[in-house]
Design a protein around this ligand. Structure first.
Ligand code: SF4
Length: 303
């Protein structure tokens, strides 16, 4: 059994910065995060031990602490402002690459385009993007393209964690569906997501089993799993090393490992260590390995 870690995996700079800023805010006094800081249960648990509370971004005024944190996924300006107006001290950990997507959406809306956001309807980042531009339509798949209102000019952005291949495919299909309309596309898929997807494609070409580490409600983690599933591989998405099962790995199987952008380095290391244990146990129980002492004795007898 071989074990290969992807070239690009795990926590991105946006999540790292959000965690650091939240730690600093919590060190200054009681703090409430408006939503899930990152979609990772281990991080959530860690924040709870620091006394960090949670409230809904939409429920302005519901925080019991005067310090509140906006997550790396961002928020609509009107929500950010509403919390400030209500007297809260707001720490904004919105990732700069999410801000870039907000900026692109503002620009295409200002150009008079029918704005389209390719992404997962209801996801916190998508809600934030559309919050200030209610005329934007969220498109998750090809079927949703059919329901678009007619427009002479469409302007397209995407959720930062969508696979770029899927986004480009939907833009192409939009152009085919409306050949007379102008389509302006602004690529807002973030570089860490692109890097992890490219590394994942490579991992899929060179392995039989793929382990994806990350929160079950993390969009980019789910997208990584989907990529491996589409490639026809055995995929197991896990949150901790304890979930690994030796039965998933046949002797000699090639195992690729990756992790979503909200996964801690410690979790990846624990998974790698457990995989090495499973590989060692599988080697020790193989018939060849059990016969090795007998073969060595036979060779010694002839020597
Ligand atoms: S996944 Fe991309 S957009 Fe989201 S926090 Fe990380 S770097 Fe920023």
């Amino acid at each position: 059994m071989t074990i290969t870690l992807a070239d690009h995996y795990g926590m991105c700079f946006g999540v790292r910065d959000a965690l650091r800023k939240t730690h600093d805010t919590a060190a200054a006094g009681p703090t409430t995060v408006l939503g899930e800081l990152v979609h990772n249960p281990i991080v959530q648990q860690h924040l709870s031990t620091l006394g960090v509370q949670r409230a809904h971004l939409d429920a302005v005024g519901s925080s019991e602490t005067s310090r509140v944190v906006i997550t790396a996924h961002g928020a609509a300006d009107r929500d950010r402002q509403a919390w400030r107006t209500a007297g809260y001290q707001v720490t904004d950990t919105t990732c700069p690459l999410v801000k870039k997507a907000h900026h692109a959406l503002a620009q295409i809306t200002a150009q008079g385009c029918q704005a389209i956001v390719i992404g997962q309807p209801g996801h916190v980042e998508v809600r934030g993007l559309c919050g200030d531009f209610p005329q934007a339509v969220v498109v998750e798949d090809e079927a949703a393209l059919q329901d678009l209102p007619w427009a002479a000019h469409y302007g397209v952005v995407s959720q930062t964690t969508q696979p770029i291949a899927k986004v480009l495919d939907l833009v192409r299909k939009l152009e085919q569906l409306h050949p007379d309309a102008k389509v302006t596309f602004r690529d807002t898929v973030c570089q860490p997501t692109k890097d992890r997807q490219v590394a994942m494609d490579r991992l899929c070409q060179e392995n039989d089993v793929i382990i994806v580490i990350g929160g079950r409600n993390s969009n980019n983690t789910r997208q990584l799993s989907e990529t491996a599933r589409r490639a026809g591989l055995d995929v197991h998405q896990i949150e901790t090393a304890a979930e690994l099962q030796p039965a998933w790995f046949s002797p000699g199987c090639r195992t690729g490992v990756t992790a979503g952008t909200s996964t801690l380095d410690e979790t990846v290391q624990a998974v790698m260590a457990r995989l090495k244990q499973i590989a060692a146990a599988s080697r020790a129980s193989s018939p060849i390995h059990r016969l090795a002492p007998v073969i060595q004795q036979a060779i010694a007898a002839f020597a």
